[in-house]
Design a protein around this ligand. Sequence first.
Ligand code: NAD
Length: 438
Amino acid sequence: MDNVLEFLKKEPAKFISFLKENGIKKFYFVTDEKSKTLVASNELLKPIADFINADKRDYLKHEGMFFEVCEKYDTLYGAFVHKTNRGQAAGGLRYWKYFTFEDFLRDGLRLSAGMTRKNSLAGLWWGGGKGIILHNPGVDFYDKEIRKYLYQDYGRFVTTLQGCYITAEDVGSNTEDMANVHLTTRFVTCIPPEVGGSGNPSEPTSRGVISGMEAALNFTGSDFMDKTVVVQGMGNVGAPVIKYLFEKGVKKVIAGDINQNTIDKVVKSLPGKNLETRLTKIGDNSILLEECDVVAPCATGAILKPEIIENLKAKIICGAANNQLEDSDRDDVLIQKRGIIYVPDFLTNRMGIVNCANEQYGYVNNDPLFEQHLNKEWEYSVYQTTLRVLNASKETGVPPAKKAIELADELAEVNHPIFGHRGQLIINTLVEKKWHLS
Ligand code: NAD
């Protein structure tokens, strides 16, 4: 292959073969602190660094990206470190299939920058990062031994990064996988409770959604009383959201799921409540268009798109689902034009990361460091942050998601009060010691 850039558009397996043929086992791209341009560990890969450097959408001066070829299963590990001023880059490890190497790169870039924003907006002393294990279609991921190997080996890879990236559970991986990662690195959270971890974050996540919703209702001079709320998705987060809504005094909940058993379970747990349910099909988002005051998307992402937004009856959108806007620039504006209040998902669904990020600091009853996210007083609580974002959006005319990003980006510049911008020092160390050759 004459031009290494051609690999960006091809399936990742082709790039892996190229790396192997050229004896490249590990490589990185890091942003040079002085010139603010991206440099590659290996001359052969420089065109890819230049390509990323020229990108204005997904490359946001990420401090570093590190990669290793897993020879045993012909796959690739990635660790994307966006920004570490507030602390080591923290974010989940995704096991995912990508059609091209460019898709793999872009997903890591976007997700790690998203974690910087989620963490800083939450007032956490963590930077933003993301891990990826590339799915190789030729390998049976459900084979227990293979899976164990991949996660343990990924943990070893994380160890070599000396703590600039702290991994965690994400789409495609679970707490058992994190226990395997934990066997080979200390730089991991979301491990099972049996080994000191924090357990399932869904209930706290649902409380975050309720806090954001309450702030949005208060912002409009209202509260939960006599409201009708639509909840899409009645799973781990949706079910407790419904429970808390009734505790808060709503008149009615209309909730939908694609799974009848899930619906039955929730209905059984809430006898005598004014809960109407809908069994829907994947891709059917009509429940969002019901007559109601608030809609809470708690199933999948990309459901807020023009044809839905134009027909929404609700005045507020506030839910847990990740990446609710199909197109983050276009749809935020469309929602605002319709006079509907949108509480950004990365603001309300922070409790997943809050729940596990600090797990190594131990546990106390009614942990104040945890509960402050859910009270109405702390300046970085979900409630206060939602009000701040909505007020700033009203004053400036900038849509809420964009405003929340501006606020998050400001906070992300603040250095950790004890450790300073140590993640960058770690990256400098990796470069100096020629990590890619070790
Ligand atoms: P889950 O899988 O437990 O629940 C999702 C539910 O939605 C399932 O019951 C599923 O059957 C249903 N569903 C899927 N597609 C649907 C559709 N088109 N219409 C209606 N129902 C549908 O997941 P969860 O943990 O409850 O998470 C819900 C959302 O919140 C996800 O987008 C997740 O990424 C996000 N999130 C969750 C957490 C957490 O702590 N669990 C944290 C942050 C973000």
